[in-house]
Ligand binder design. Structure first.
Ligand code: MN9
Length: 312
């Protein structure tokens, strides 16, 4: 049984990295430790096996195992939503039903991609998955899987169990359009970490993203600053977030880069799975140096990851 109402799924929510060892096997013990690390921050929930979690590089059995391990480690402390997207409806239904049986609080999915499915097929995909469990479904709109229109999201919002959308875009006026089209109760989660403060200022229900694995404290500060209407502080912090994100993205594959930085900081989030390539020792040194340069150039303090890197 799920523990939480989906409305409790809010605030800063990491799209959790999946912890693989160097041989690409799921590292269950390190997964537990990484979840424990994330839970030391005031995060509002966890989002599993999405794009950041390399879900599309895993077998359904491995994805299920991640859910089992994380649910057992979380033990009801925060709400958990499981991304069950796959190109095949049958696989997604199987993952959704599994997530429900292990107590997940919601499911989420990108639309089926690659074959350029019609709008009718996409709607049927969501209907089939959403009706296969009693869990709330958060639709995931992301350019990587082919962006759905506001009209399609509006149609999806009328389906049973579809309660919201994770919207990864850098144009934000859609937040207003979606709420107007789907109803003010329809949940919207900001998906672009670079735009976190603007999303929160638009009163989204939460932000779900990759960098909340790595620098969750910075985004929690941004969240709290916006909520306290301290916009000068929020913009200053968001500027630092953009500097750090852009620096990391410039160094190569985002997942491998985040995992390399965390590893260097003494937090084991494992290695990326092929075809992503992991960082060499030299690349790791270079990225860490560039982050520490930013830390001193912009006097960025109070970030656990940067402090750890500085102290090594
Ligand atoms: O929506 C993530 N998007 C992708 C979540 O994975 C494509 C974001 O968290 C980005 O990774 C992040 C960096 O561009 O904003």
């Amino acid at each position: 049984m799920s523990t939480y109402s989906i409305r409790d799924f809010k605030g800063v929510i990491p799209a959790v990295l999946t912890v693989f060892d160097q041989d690409e096997n799921l590292d269950e013990q390190a997964t537990r430790e990484f979840i424990r690390y994330l839970l030391t921050f005031e995060i509002g929930g966890l989002y599993l096996t999405g794009s950041t979690g390399e879900g599309f590089l895993m077998t359904p059995e491995e994805r299920k195992r991640v859910v089992e391990v994380v649910m057992s480690e979380v033990n009801g402390r925060v709400p958990v939503v499981v991304h069950v997207g796959a190109i095949s409806t049958k696989i997604s239904i199987d993952l959704a039903q599994h997530a429900e049986s292990f107590g997940a609080d919601g499911v989420s999915s990108v639309p089926p991609f690659y074959w350029r499915f019609s709008e009718a097929q996409i709607i049927q995909y969501y209907k089939d998955i959403a009706e296969s469990t009693a869990l709330p479904m958060i639709v995931y709109n992301i350019p990587l899987a082919g962006l759905m229109s506001i009209q399609t999201i509006e149609k999806l919002s009328t389906l049973k169990n579809v309660v919201g959308v994770k919207y990864t875009a850098s144009t934000l006026y859609e937040v207003t359009q979606i709420k107007d089209a789907c109803g003010q109760d329809f949940l919207i989660y900001g998906g672009s970490d670079e735009m976190a403060s603007s999303n929160i200022a638009l009163n989204v229900d939460g932000i779900i993203g990759s960098f909340y694995n790595m620098i969750p404290d910075l985004f929690i500060d941004i969240h709290n600053a916006v909520k306290a209407s301290d916009l000068p502080r929020a913009s200053e912090l968001q500027a630092n977030a953009v500097r750090l994100i852009m620096n990391i993205l410039a160094h190569g594959s985002m997942t491998a880069a985040m995992k390399a930085c965390l590893r260097h900081a003494g937090v084991n989030a494992g290695y990326a799975r092929r075809p992503f390539n992991n960082f060499t020792a030299e690349q790791e040194q270079a990225i860490v140096k560039s982050l520490l340069d930013l830390k001193s150039q912009y006097n960025i303090t109070n970030i656990d990851l940067l402090n750890r890197l500085a102290n090594r």
